[in-house]
Write a protein that binds this ligand. Structure first.
Ligand code: SPD
Length: 290
């Protein structure tokens, strides 16, 4: 047995997210865990996925699979909004969504509103590759604030793109799932803008996902889900919802906008986006259109 294998055997343990009498686990070595003012933050080192972040014992991101989630959340909005000068991210303290947004030169101002400064600080220290050079970008404005309050106080039609990269509907992220929050997002989004939110697993959290879509459809003129794979999340099957006020612009990327940054993508492509919106499993189609 190699010395590093022996070391791994002694110092690694299982880290699991428990949902509905099922557990989703990865073996890893604890790097740090602390209770912030809002949640338990844990960072571990794993063999398969690199370093990983958990909040309140739920998987948030990993170095090697984060792009499956962040590209699916960010690019369907950034590649289609009429303008992308001013962007808002709620949550997203690990920096992955920030990095993807700042690939676009047309983004001139990005507000990152994260409630928990410790998530940002610990990710900058232990998962620096997620935000990368985006953390130093002068277009980035970090606000340690409650996202629910931020959207409540923001001016009408003040953002081109709004991205909600929150955690699951409990603890500090609970308010990011209710009707009033989505109404404020609608109010502060420009007419040609795109709203995007992570919308949970259409398997493990089916009811939450369906309820989110129902509420967002009551508020925005157009809203559609997009499904994809994020290996570390419960069931591995995840969803995002995109919504607009004027036309379903999230369906058709503006090709020249992504031409110069094509080499950055692992998941997203113009074709992927076009087809992903159409790839709705029959069980979801039945439930959504009933
Ligand atoms: N159950 C996981 C939901 C996670 C959504 N956000 C993750 C943060 C990654 N930036």
């Amino acid at each position: 047995m190699l010395i590093q294998d022996l070391y791994r055997k002694i110092f690694t343990t299982w880290f699991d997210e428990y949902q509905n009498e099922t557990r989703y686990g990865i073996k890893g070595k604890l790097i740090i865990t602390e209770q912030s003012n809002y949640q338990k933050i844990t960072i571990i080192e794993t063999k398969k996925y690199g370093k990983a972040l958990l909040l309140d014992n739920c998987w948030m991101t990993t170095e090697k699979e984060e792009k499956s989630y962040h590209e699916s959340l960010v690019h369907p909005a950034l590649s289609t909004a009429k303008e992308i000068r001013k962007v808002l991210i709620i949550g997203g303290g690990d920096g992955g969504a920030v990095r993807e947004c700042l690939l676009y030169n047309e983004v001139k101002h990005l507000d990152l509103v994260e409630i928990d400064n410790r998530v940002i600080e610990l990710c900058q220290e232990y998962l620096p590759g997620l935000g990368g050079i985006a953390w130093e970008d002068p277009r980035l404005n970090i606000k340690i604030k409650d996202g629910v309050k931020w959207v409540m106080e923001a001016k009408d039609q003040s953002y081109d793109v709004i991205i909600v990269d929150g955690s699951d509907p409990k603890g500090p992220a609970l308010g990011l799932f209710n009707k009033e929050f989505f109404q404020n997002c609608h109010r502060i989004l420009k007419t040609g803008g795109v709203f995007a939110t992570q919308s949970e697993s259409p398997k493990t959290f089916l009811n939450i996902h369906l309820e989110m879509l129902k509420i967002i459809r009551q508020i925005f003129k157009y809203a559609e889900p997009l499904y994809g794979n994020v290996p570390i999340y419960p069931s591995g099957y995840w969803s995002w919802i995109f919504a607009t006020k004027d036309k379903p612009r999230y369906l058709e990327p503006i090709p020249q906008r992504t031409e110069g940054i094509k080499t950055e993508f692992n998941i997203w492509s113009i074709n992927w986006q076009r087809h992903a919106f159409k790839a709705m499993p029959a069980y979801l189609e039945k439930l959504i259109n009933k």
